[in-house]
Write a protein that binds this ligand. Structure first.
Ligand SMILES: [Zn+2]
Length: 422
């Protein structure tokens, strides 16, 4: 998940912080999760999730010590593929995008639940991924985000198998690629538009630590916008439209845009550049702009106003020098994460909250930018959950994970999986 996710969740996942969405009883619950948790095999699986936590942590460390930089997740993916095969999943496969899939059949092929954890990290290829351990504290890049999610993914399969849990529906477990920043959700995009197109009834992503249920997928659009002109000598060619001037006009207009607080909607001009010399009119000036919102409509509206600002800036710069169309602008969409949300009253959410209650866990609602954004945008019931324990400094080189009572997250993911596979 993205860095912003961490900031948001730190605020929202503490129940007292906002009082917004603390778990309450839900009238629309369709599955009696408490009764399910008392079923003898389910109980046995839950006990195994607790007693097997040392194995879960060993997997978490093992996965983490295989690098998975952006766009290069194949080595870690192979480790997960072998784990899926060893655990007896069926039809274990790697799709075109690099997602690793394995099926755990139920009595019927539908409904199909997908439980996913992302493979990729934000760290470049040469990062030292050795994990160190001091008591309950594990340290290593990616140890929480998302080696914890991968460890719990495998622990869920292992616990269900050992306890002989059978489900009415099919569960497809997925270790997916491209969740982080530049990956732009390419793993789940491929999953939902190609690999399992039209075949997913519900989706749970397990991402990072904590106990929470994320129902809001913050979307983002990112552009690289470039103003171009003929360029020339600062003195001899004075009078030509100047791309740097146009860029300045655009940034000023964007800076003055008003956006809603609710749904929270934001914009940022993050990088600017261009030109070759102080005494040359640039032939090019560019900026990178990031926009985010939890509302698809608000994000689309903001996007339109940013584009307008850019067009007006170009027109003004041309007009200032009495030109038409000499200065031009190009836009490259470099990031597109769809926004979406799952209603707090949706059965998938009620089930996740009921699972927390059945396990005596305090789960809070949260918002994130994660793999669940994509199915949410397609109106497929989807949530992202935490994998227990506590993640510290995700996306930083000194990332760590406090594994104290982390098995509670394993149990939560397990019970949600069993409850939704029907
Ligand atoms: Zn993540």
């Amino acid at each position: 998940m993205t860095r912003s996710w961490i900031l948001i969740v730190v605020g929202l996942s503490v129940p007292v912080a906002t009082g917004l969405f603390v778990a309450t009883t839900s009238a629309q619950q369709t599955i009696d999760v408490a009764a399910l948790a008392r079923d003898s095999r389910v109980r046995a699986a839950l006990d195994l999730a607790q007693s097997g936590e040392a194995d879960t942590i060993a997997d978490q460390i093992r996965f983490c010590e295989v690098p998975a930089p952006p766009f290069k997740e194949a080595a870690r993916g192979e480790v997960l593929r072998r784990a899926f095969v060893d655990l007896g999943l069926q039809n274990v496969r790697v799709d075109r995008a690099g997602n690793v899939l394995g099926d755990r059949p139920g009595a019927a092929a539908r409904p199909r639940l997908v439980v996913a954890a992302h493979l990729d990290t934000v760290f470049p290829e040469d990062t030292n991924v050795k994990v160190t351990r001091q008591g309950a504290l594990l340290k290593g890049p990616g140890i929480g985000d998302n080696c914890r999610g991968l460890g719990v993914l495998v622990a869920i399969i292992r616990s269900m198998n050992k306890a002989g849990v059978e489900t009415p529906g099919l569960v497809t477990f997925v270790a997916d690629v491209g969740e982080e920043g530049l990956g732009d959700l390419r793993g789940v995009k491929a999953l939902f538009t190609e690999t399992l197109k039209g075949q997913v009834d519900r989706f749970v992503s397990i991402d990072n630590g904590g106990i929470h249920v994320s129902v809001i997928g913050v979307g983002s659009h990112r552009y690289r916008i470039t103003f171009k002109g003929p360029g020339g000598h600062s003195f001899a060619d004075f009078g030509l439209p100047n791309p740097a001037n146009a860029l300045g006009r655009a940034v000023a207009r964007i800076a003055d845009l008003q956006v809603p607080n609710d749904p929270r909607t934001t914009f940022n001009v993050g990088r600017i550049g261009g030109g070759t010399s102080v005494n040359a009119i640039p032939s090019e000036a560019w900026m990178e702009v990031d926009m985010r919102s939890s509302s698809p409509a608000a994000l689309a509206a903001l996007d339109a106003r940013v584009q307008q600002a850019v067009d007006k800036a170009a027109a003004e710069e041309n007009a200032r020098w009495g030109k038409t169309g000499l200065l031009t602008v190009t836009r490259e969409l470099v990031g597109d994460r769809p926004a979406g949300r799952t209603s707090e009253n949706a059965p998938i959410v009620a089930t996740a909250m009921a699972a927390a209650r059945a396990l005596n866990l305090q789960a809070a609602f949260s918002e994130s930018s994660s793999d669940a954004n994509l199915p949410m945008s397609l109106n497929i019931p989807a949530i992202t959950i935490g994998a227990g324990g506590r993640s510290i400094n995700a996306h930083a080189l000194d990332e760590s994970f406090d594994s104290t009572d982390a098995w509670k997250g394993t149990q939560h993911g397990l019970l949600i999986t069993i409850a939704l596979a029907r």
